[in-house]
Design a protein around this ligand. Structure first.
Ligand code: NAD
Length: 295
């Protein structure tokens, strides 16, 4: 059966290193990395994500500010806050939690963030750099960047020539994930909601990344024996039939997939913790660039 890839342990180790480097950066340059997290409205899942991010930023020794705006906030008001944060020298990273209420165009807000402070890596400039193979000059979106670290923990330098299948084509996960795998010399297939015979496409994958948002869509017999499976999905489902309590499952039927995969990330405890750790790393990177020192 498959090895479980422990994202919690990897994330904890990374955060420890970030905290140490943050202390060193402050000591050498006086610069303290600053992360501003903005949330609009009261979506409960978003609130959990945001408080996790702020708490982890504090644990890293960052200057951490959280802006909580009412659900009725206008796009103009949010753009004004973004402009203030762009101009704030104590802030090196700006994160606007998505989704935003319908009266606000997320694309306009993302475009308003200074690309040099866009630690989510969603700005067109950063997306463009990643797509043109200059990820080292960009901020890479945290979820795919974290997923790459987990893949390398299993495969080391052995990614070249592997067939990677990414299921999902979002700007946040699927597309940048495919770019990173391509930059690592994988043969990359992107599958999505219009893909014909998804099981057959998945069966070609030496590396399978699921970023769909459909609970346990990917079944055990879709997995190529020996594959590395990265399950990005976070889906809340009833804990049992008719049960009001809920539990989290991924996009992959984990127990079934474990019969065939070589290694797989669990949900929770796989990609999720890495996402937050990479947000911290991007913020530290931004502060280092600002201070003119290498990370
Ligand atoms: P999204 O809704 O923007 O994109 C989903 C993608 O899946 C689309 O490109 C769509 O084409 C594809 N898709 C939908 N139904 C499909 C089907 N039946 N077959 C094949 N493809 C299908 O979602 P997203 O933002 O990319 O997130 C995907 C999942 O990852 C969600 O469950 C989300 O909660 C989770 N997520 C987790 C983290 C993390 O930190 N672990 C971060 C971001 C997103």
């Amino acid at each position: 059966t498959a090895t479980l890839i422990n994202g919690k342990t990897s994330a904890a180790a990374l955060i420890e290193r970030i905290a140490a480097d943050t202390a060193l950066l402050r000591q050498k340059t006086g610069v303290q990395p600053g992360l501003a997290v903005v949330i609009v409205g009261d979506d409960p899942a978003s609130q959990v994500y945001v408080s996790n991010k702020s708490r982890t930023a504090e644990r890293c020794g960052f200057h951490s500010v959280q802006h909580t705006l009412a659900a009725e906030t206008t796009e103009e008001q949010l753009l004004l806050l973004v402009a203030q944060l762009n101009a704030d020298p104590k802030v090196h990273g700006i994160l606007v939690q998505l989704p935003l209420p319908t009266q606000i165009a997320a694309a306009a807000v993302i475009r308003a963030i200074d690309p040099a402070k866009d630690v989510d890596g969603f700005h067109d400039i950063n997306a463009g750099r990643i797509a043109s193979g200059a990820a080292h000059e960009a901020f890479v979106p945290c979820t795919p960047a974290g997923a790459m670290i987990l893949i390398r923990e299993v495969l080391g330098d052995g990614l070249a020539g592997k067939h990677a299948v990414v299921v999902g084509r979002s700007n946040i996960v699927g597309k940048p994930m495919a770019s990173l795998l391509l930059a690592a010399d994988c043969t990359v297939t992107i599958a999505h909601s219009r893909t014909v015979d998804l099981p057959a496409v998945c069966r070609m994958a030496d590396i399978l990344v699921a970023a769909v948002g459909r609970p346990e869509l990917i079944r055990g017999d879709w997995i190529k024996p020996g594959a590395v499976v990265i399950d990005v999905g976070i889906n809340r489902v009833p804990a049992g039939p008719g049960d009001p309590k809920t539990r989290l499952v991924g996009d992959v039927a984990t127990a079934e997939a474990m019969e065939r995969a070589a290694a797989i990330t669990p949900v929770p405890g796989g990609v999720g913790p890495m996402t937050i750790a990479l947000l911290m790393l991007n913020t530290l990177t931004s502060a280092c660039r600002h201070a003119g020192v290498s990370v």
